[in-house]
Design a protein around this ligand. Structure first.
Ligand SMILES: *Cc1c(COP(=O)(O)O)cnc(C)c1O
Length: 403
């Protein structure tokens, strides 16, 4: 009992101290430091937060708890990571799950049979696969539309509960004005969910623009090293937070302590990785534009991209994802069989540059008609630009195009 009282009073003192000194730290600093840790010398002052590899926690006595009971509910390493991600996105809470899809699946549990969701027609293929197969089974209807055109009013019915978007979209890079679509959502008392994977919280914070929930595949930029899977849900709504805390404990896909530590370590370099990858991407996009065998280059950091002005308003950068269309399928095959430094692989957002063929990889399960309507032809390739020297990347692409 005495022990608990000490813990509680220390927590109260720390909290009031924290409230007094809360500073307006910048995002690159927040990637490395959780403000509440400052001055905290628990765990011998370890600068790298410890991995609490434990499933359960001993209680001091009946009705008492250290604050942790069982790791499905919560684990100190996972909780620490969640605080950092919540802080980076400007949310009241974040939930770390075992993959991006686990995060999206958990979030969808807040809906009931009969509910409707309006979703962007161009989304990560796995999200569409989940909506079309699993959600349907639960009696939740998803209607797809081009949300970036902000013409969704006519699709809203009394059963509509949410709008689900990515901006820029995967892989066609359509840009939606988040503040505008949030206004539409709130006028109808529905929530706006934004998958912010492509830009990461370093470049864009949808909650600050009016979104209610942010999703991340933590596998991508947040962890950043192509070495682990993770997913996040971040919210600034207390009702959604409460529901999700119940759901994570009940369904059990919380991120493991070791993976939580890996993602936390990855986030420490988020700022430098995002800046370097973006500067590489700008060089590569400019170079691609001048290649005769390239039909189009879709990168929101090019001034001719239709979403360029919106991106400049609502984000702090353009990211490092480039989609481009080559003149024919033979060239696709040539590129994919010749790349060596650049890896032909699914995924994105890591330090290594990857090239992906959406038609047979990320978007293979999206119905062909939808795929083609969205512009994902069999000549479309997607580059996730890493942090290598850009000249080496351009040299390799040049060899594939021109040999
Ligand atoms: C990869 C990805 C996901 C799924 O995340 P996983 O970690 O692979 O489960 C969701 N949304 C987007 C935009 C993605 O790129």
């Amino acid at each position: 009992m005495k022990f608990c009282l000490v813990i509680i009073s220390v927590a109260v003192i720390l909290q009031s101290k924290y409230k007094q000194k809360k500073m307006n730290r910048k995002t690159d600093t927040l990637c490395l430091h959780w403000e509440e840790d400052e001055g905290d010398c628990r765990f011998y002052g370890a600068v790298s937060f410890p991995i609490f590899q434990t499933a359960t926690y001993a209680h001091p006595g009946l009705g008492q708890s250290t604050g942790f009971d069982y790791s499905r509910l919560q684990n100190p390493t996972r909780e620490h990571l969640e605080k950092i991600v919540a802080q980076l996105e400007g949310g009241i809470d974040a939930f770390a799950l075992s993959s991006g899809m686990a995060a999206i699946s958990l979030l969808l549990e807040i809906f009931e049979s009969g509910d409707e969701i309006i979703a962007d027609s161009d989304l990560y293929g796995g999200s569409i696969r989940l909506f079309d197969n699993v959600l349907k089974k639960h009696g939740i209807k998803v209607c797809y539309t081009e949300c970036y055109k902000n013409n969704i009013e006519h699709l809203i019915t009394p059963s509509t509960k949410a709008i689900y978007i990515e901006t820029p979209t995967n892989p066609m890079m359509n840009v939606t004005d988040i503040a505008k679509i949030a206004e539409t959502a709130h006028n109808h008392n529905i929530i706006l969910i934004v998958d912010n994977t492509f830009l990461s919280p370093y470049f864009q914070n949808p909650l600050k623009l009016g979104a209610d929930v942010v999703i991340h595949s933590g596998t991508k930029f947040l962890s950043g090293h192509n070495d682990t899977l993770a997913g996040f849900i971040v919210t600034n709504r207390a009702d959604i937070q409460e529901r999700l805390r119940f759901l994570i404990k009940t369904t059990g896909a919380g991120l493991s302590p070791f993976d939580s530590w890996l993602v936390e370590r990855g986030i420490k370099t988020l700022a430098v990785r995002m800046e370097k990858a973006q500067s590489n991407a700008i060089k590569i996009a400019q170079w691609l534009k001048n290649q005769p065998k390239i039909k189009s280059v879709i990168y929101p950091g090019l001034p001719e991209h239709p979403g360029y002005e919106i991106m400049k308003r609502q984000a702090r950068g353009f990211g490092s994802m480039i989609t481009f269309e080559v003149e024919n399928k033979a060239l696709v095959e040539k590129i994919l069989s010749q790349v060596r430094l650049i890896k032909f692989a699914e995924s994105l957002g890591g330090v290594e540059t990857l090239i992906t063929y959406p038609t047979t990889q990320t978007h293979a399960d999206v119905p062909e008609e939808t795929r083609l309507k969205n512009g994902i032809t069999d000549c479309v390739l997607r580059l996730s630009v890493g942090i290598e020297n850009p000249d080496d990347l351009i040299e390799e692409l040049g060899k594939c195009f021109n040999s």
